[in-house]
Design a protein around this ligand. Structure first.
Ligand code: NAP
Length: 337
């Protein structure tokens, strides 16, 4: 039973905590917060032991009547592995603390590849994570692109990929960021960072990405274009993607015409926090035009990388050596059927 600490119980941290708790080969030994707000109270209500992420702020919890079991240093003494879910860039500052405590650590996509020297996606490189001390689970967008590139490359050979990312402006709970009434090239200068990030997992893939930010909070939308070495028909593409893990086909003809209706589907499925862990590919969009493949997919930014974190824990803790078995175990325990 791997003992897992979550440092940073926010958008990603709380979802990873629940996903760990759903597995039978790992357990949550504690979660951290910097402040005693409603999320801290909810963590306790759910049965997680709460620790102060910043030891100097312990007093704030006492003042607010939120009971904590200690500080991050106390938590690390109980853990085999920590998942760092602090805001982007802070994980790198935490690395020396994890090294000193002798715990393995997973970092999230807001950190640079160099923080761990290894970037992970379960379907692409599970085997290379086995026994590692430090792993970075790539961001939501990179996870979504890697999940489709890997099986298509194996089946048909990817000569060149272009992806236009229409990015949600921020997460639903974040009231500080925008835009609220604009479309923003992000960045203006091409390419966006997403292509190089995909190459941290799949270095041989020729990829260029462009991104814009739009006033929505619920999902990203990707427009993919691939030149494949062996040109398949759309049915063959569909068959390959249907067999790949963590892919869900949606159909505009079923009324799933937008990211909003996909989130409504998540609600109807009774998913926790309406999470859609899978890439949602519009089946009716898959087409071959002038020998090149095109399709649309929607990515739920808050949740698609969560199952990847579970597989990373399993690989690093050497609980399972087979990628497919770990992926299936994670999916089943989370309710991704
Ligand atoms: P978030 O919602 O802002 O949550 C961050 C959490 O970290 C909060 O619980 C915060 O606690 C805590 N925290 C703040 N400062 C800390 C510190 N010094 N030490 C420990 N914990 C600290 O952020 P997030 O969206 O979950 O992002 C976490 C990581 O996941 C980032 O690397 C991000 O790039 C990546 N990621 C995010 C998304 C997404 O869409 N949100 C998708 C994929 C990957 P308090 O609230 O108590 O201050």
């Amino acid at each position: 039973m791997a003992k897992v600490a979550i440092n940073g119980y926010g958008t990603i941290g709380k979802r990873i905590a629940d996903a760990v708790a759903a597995q039978d080969d790992m357990q949550v030994v504690g979660v951290t917060k910097t402040k005693p707000d409603f999320e801290a109270r909810m963590a306790i209500e759910k049965g997680y032991e709460l620790y102060a992420a910043i030891p100097e702020k312990q007093g704030d919890f006492k003042k607010a009547g939120v009971s904590i079991a200690g500080t991050i240093h106390d938590l690390l003494k109980k853990a085999d592995i920590v998942v760092d879910c602090a805001p982007g860039g802070i994980g790198a500052e935490h690395k020396p603390m994890y090294e000193k405590a002798g715990v393995k650590a997973i970092f999230e996509g807001g950190e640079k590849h160099e923080v761990a020297g290894f970037s992970f996606n379960a379907i692409c490189n599970y085997g290379k994570a086995i026994g590692r001390d430090f792993v970075r689970v790539v961001s939501c967008n990179t996870t979504g692109i890697c999940r489709v590139l890997y099986p298509l490359d194996r089946a048909f050979g990817v000569e060149k990929t272009r992806v236009v990312l229409v990015r949600r402006a921020t997460d639903p709970g974040d009231i500080k960021k925008g835009p609220i009434n604009a479309i923003v090239p992000d960045p203006v200068k091409l390419p966006s960072h997403h292509g190089p990030d995909v190459q941290t997992v799949l270095p041989h893939i020729n990829i260029t990405t462009l991104a814009i930010k739009v006033p929505t909070t619920i999902m990203h939308l990707h427009m993919l274009n691939m030149k494949l070495k062996n040109t398949p028909g759309p049915d063959e593409v569909r068959d390959v993607l249907a067999k790949a893990p963590r892919i869900r086909f949606v159909k505009a003809s079923d009324g799933l015409t937008s990211t909003a209706s996909i989130i409504e589907l998540g609600r109807d499925l009774g998913r926790p926090r309406y999470d859609m862990w899978e890439n949602c590919i519009w089946e009716d969009s898959i087409c071959i035009d002038d020998g090149e493949l095109y399709f649309f997919q929607a990515i739920h930014q808050e949740s698609d990388a969560i199952p990847e974190n579970i597989d990373a824990i399993r690989a690093m803790m050497e609980l399972e050596n087979d990628a497919q078995k770990s992926i299936q175990k994670t999916n089943k325990a989370m309710g991704m059927l």
